[in-house]
Design a protein around this ligand. Structure first.
Ligand SMILES: *Cc1c(COP(=O)(O)O)cnc(C)c1O
Length: 506
């Protein structure tokens, strides 16, 4: 394009030649290469130089370095830019890829997805309409259908890529609510807002389900009161008997059960609710059945452990987080619905984007399926590249290794009197604490809090924590196929060392 031709007429003499080299266009290819090359070197350094998952820097020190920077004076070169970014970010970034990182649900990422990222941000397609994405629309649709097929849904399934599991869960709850109002009350919430009966809507989850369900109920105007938490059994799974009792109890007190949300892989324990039993209850009581498989979706990849998800095909809708269990970089999540007609409930026609007379078969648009995003990243390309190059089987093999390393670690903890493990895991999440039996007179919660803090600032291994019945526990979340039982044995020894230090200090 001739940019000169587009500038308004000006006296020739006063015209300075404009410089656009920092804008991505055909004249800046050299600058683009240079910038990416330098960024890449810092990534390589991050990989090669990092031996511990965290530098241990204190928040006050890090914020001081960042606050010191004079933001009004731009830097001169990519070299100085990345030196600064290294000091304020890269040097202290948490390294999820190291075996010593077993804290949260952050998986190491597949390299084909990283290559895809280069295209995604530069070409910058937007997934809302065909004229902003073209191939992107069909790539996304094919991946949604593929995922639906892994779940056990037929051709009637549909869905959309989302920013995360919380958002996908919001879609599940929204469809559940609007579907109920439409079919039972002949009320269209999209147009008329919540009906008066909405204060009585009740949704059943386990007490180990993700907190996003509570937030979503509150966003939707149902209030957290709408979420009924069912006490889990000894392995932290939803208890179907207690669920049925709760449904009946709510009915008896005049409330209106509308949905069951099962969790396939709880964030803390990685355990899967009895999915088929919950499906039966949903059917018996005419409730929407959503399954939050943000974590457990990884089992869709493995033939060996796929049976743990049996019953997932009975759901009306499912949350999938590829960025938790498919080795995808953040963000990559999907909401999948069994019957694509249900998505019509939320469709919104923005006339300027998709005029109603538009022929959707000719010019397809994904925007109608999204509740919270118009402009939307082409995250689907990352998953596409990963599956096309690595294949499902290889990813499944990685998943098997994670599960097996977690099993070995659980056995190790069970065999060691100094550790109390609360439950084995269907996935790779282990909740436990250090409580040496030969020592007396210490507060076990305080000791484990101290262990976690000491480990964080030492940086050698990062673990998470959680509270169970008000008590403090440590947590391993294993999402890395490179992490073996040898690594976790070392981490348990680090925990013992800090525990012993604590005991000597009191
Ligand atoms: C992480 C998680 C979520 C939320 O997903 P985000 O991608 O973090 O928004 C929902 N449910 C479960 C079970 C999770 O583990």
């Amino acid at each position: 394009m001739d940019h000169e031709a587009l500038t308004p007429a000006e006296p020739l003499a006063r015209r300075t030649s404009p410089s656009y080299e920092d804008i991505f266009y055909e004249g800046s290819e050299k600058e683009y290469r240079k910038a990416i090359q330098i960024a890449r070197e810092y990534v390589s350094q991050f990989l090669q130089k990092n031996t511990t998952p965290f530098s241990g820097i204190k928040p006050a020190n890090l914020s001081a370095i960042i606050n010191e920077i004079d933001f009004d004076t731009p830097l001169e070169s990519y070299e100085s830019l990345f030196e600064e970014v290294k000091a304020i970010y890269v040097d202290h970034a948490t390294a999820f890829h190291l075996p010593g990182y077993i804290a949260h649900l952050n998986c190491p990422v597949a390299i084909p997805a990283l290559a895809a990222e280069v295209l995604i941000s530069a070409i910058n397609s937007s997934q809302d309409t065909y004229d902003q994405s073209a191939g992107g629309t069909f790539i996304e649709r094919k991946l949604i259908n593929w995922t639906g097929k892994q779940i056990g849904f037929d051709q009637n399934c549909d869905g959309i890529f989302n920013a995360g599991g919380s958002q996908s869960n919001l879609m599940g709850l929204l469809l559940a609510r609007d579907y109920y109002a439409l079919t039972h009350l002949k009320h269209t919430i999209k147009l008329a807002g919540n009906p008066p009966e909405a204060t009585k809507f009740r949704v059943f989850v386990s007490d180990k389900s993700h907190f996003s369900n509570l937030k979503n109920a509150s966003i939707m105007g149902l209030g957290e009161q709408a979420i009924i938490k069912i006490k889990t059994d000894r392995s932290f799974r939803m208890h179907p008997g207690r669920l049925e009792d709760a449904i009946l109890k709510e009915r008896q007190s005049g409330n209106i059960p509308i949905a069951i949300i099962g969790t396939a892989g709880t964030t803390d324990f990685g355990n899967i609710d009895p999915l088929a039993d919950l499906a039966n209850l949903a059917k018996t009581y005419g409730l929407w059945y959503h399954i939050d498989a943000a974590y457990g979706c990884g089992l869709l990849l493995t033939d060996k452990y796929r049976h743990l998800l049996n019953g997932i095909e009975l759901a009306d809708s499912v949350t999938i987080d590829y960025h938790k269990s498919f080795f995808q970089p953040i963000s990559s999540s999907a909401f999948i619905v069994k019957n694509k007609l249900h998505l019509n409930i939320i469709k919104h026609h923005a006339d300027y984007l998709n005029p109603p007379e538009q022929d959707y078969e000719e010019l397809p648009a994904q925007i109608n399926k999204s509740i919270t995003q118009s402009t939307r990243r082409f995250d689907a390309l990352k998953l596409w590249c990963t599956l096309r190059l690595m294949g499902k089987e290889k990813l499944g093999d990685y998943t098997n290794r994670i599960i097996e390393a977690a099993k070995e670690t659980a056995i190790m903890m069970d065999a060691d009197d100094d550790f109390d493990l609360l439950s084995h895991s269907d996935m790779g999440a282990l909740v436990f604490r250090y409580s040496p039996k030969h020592s007396k007179g210490y507060d076990v919660c305080k000791m484990n809090e101290n262990i976690k803090k000491a480990m964080f600032f030492e940086g050698k291994a990062l673990v998470a924590s959680t509270k169970v019945n008000g008590e403090f526990y440590l947590k391993f979340t294993m999402t890395n196929p490179i992490t073996t039982a040898n690594h976790t044995r070392n981490i348990l020894n680090i925990i013992k060392k800090h525990g012993q230090n604590y005991l000597q200090s009191i």
